[in-house]
Ligand binder design. Structure first.
Ligand SMILES: NC(=O)c1ccc[n+]([C@@H]2O[C@H](COP(=O)([O-])OP(=O)(O)OC[C@H]3O[C@@H](n4cnc5c(N)ncnc54)[C@H](O)[C@@H]3O)[C@@H](O)[C@H]2O)c1
Length: 247
């Protein structure tokens, strides 16, 4: 165990799989008690963390439902303690050209990628404030800095998450709470491997670091942002994408 987060409780949304699973594992390895909030079964990550000697609970929660998020907050507080670390990782990224988008499709993406940040921060901020210490990290995407097609709803929702990060940071800094974002490149997760199997090679070629990004590449970035070492870092979006270059 690394131990930078001993005594802290951390919530990871979407921690059942993909990037969130690596986040949950790393936070537990740093000594945090971890609560995974996901609508999917999180038995796999719970077993991994417990086998490694960490502390973890999994709560089934639809993050688009504010009542479910508030209930999850109450359960985290009752079974662990008020969460001081909130990682808003859950997100969806369907590829749909604008002409084929319905308003329902648009709302579905925003209701998780953007609205859920409102629900979780409303639910967990009071506990951070009462403890005088908190860390919020929102997962956005390097696609906001590119010009990509077929994902207007996704890019708009992730750009909104960056605006939210910057604005919220100013309102909570006095309580010892930082709010930052992480922007990855295309990351190998079960979802991208199933949906974008041909994209990895092309994206790796565009990066200065010429290999596909894996969730573990982001876990150390998260561990830094939620540690005391990052106490003076707030309102930032840390792009960890191997840097895309024009050749
Ligand atoms: N994978 C990539 O290439 C990539 C690149 C840039 C940014 N991101 C962002 O990183 C984050 C994680 O991506 P990933 O590839 O690991 O995703 P993933 O699909 O592997 O995992 C997402 C998790 O969120 C959960 N989830 C989805 N809707 C939910 C809901 N309504 N309530 C509760 N849980 C819900 C899923 O069950 C799943 O466990 C997302 O925000 C995504 O936009 C991913």
């Amino acid at each position: 165990m690394r131990g930078r987060l001993v005594g802290r409780t951390a919530v990871v949304t979407g921690g059942a799989g993909g990037i969130g699973r690596a986040f949950a594992r790393r936070l537990a390895d740093e000594g945090a008690a971890v609560a995974v909030l996901d609508r999917a079964d999180a038995t796999g990550v719970v077993d991994e963390i417990e086998d490694a000697g960490g502390k973890v609970i999994a709560l089934t929660c639809d993050l688009t439902d504010p009542g479910a998020v508030a209930a999850a907050r109450d359960e985290v507080t009752a079974r662990l303690e008020p969460a001081r670390i909130l990682v808003n990782n859950a997100g969806i990224y369907p590829h749909q050209p604008f002409d084929s988008l319905t308003f329902e499709d648009w709302r579905r993406v925003f209701s998780l990628n953007t609205d859920a940040l409102f629900h979780t921060c409303q639910a967990f901020l009071p506990g951070m404030r009462s403890g005088g210490w908190g860390r919020i990290v929102n997962v956005t995407s390097n696609s906001v800095g590119l010009v990509v097609s077929g994902v207007t709803h996704y890019v708009a929702s992730k750009m909104a998450a960056i605006g939210f990060t910057r604005a919220l940071a100013t309102e909570v800094a006095a309580d010892g709470i930082t709010v930052n974002a992480i922007a990855p490149s295309l990351v190998r997760t079960p979802t991208t491997e199933a949906g974008l199997p041909d994209a990895f090679e092309a994206v790796a070629r565009m990066q200065a670091i010429k290999r596909s990004q894996v969730p573990e590449d982001l876990a150390g970035v998260l561990a830094f942002l939620v540690s005391d070492d990052a106490a003076f870092v707030t309102a930032q979006t840390l792009t960890a994408d191997g840097v895309l270059v024009r050749s």
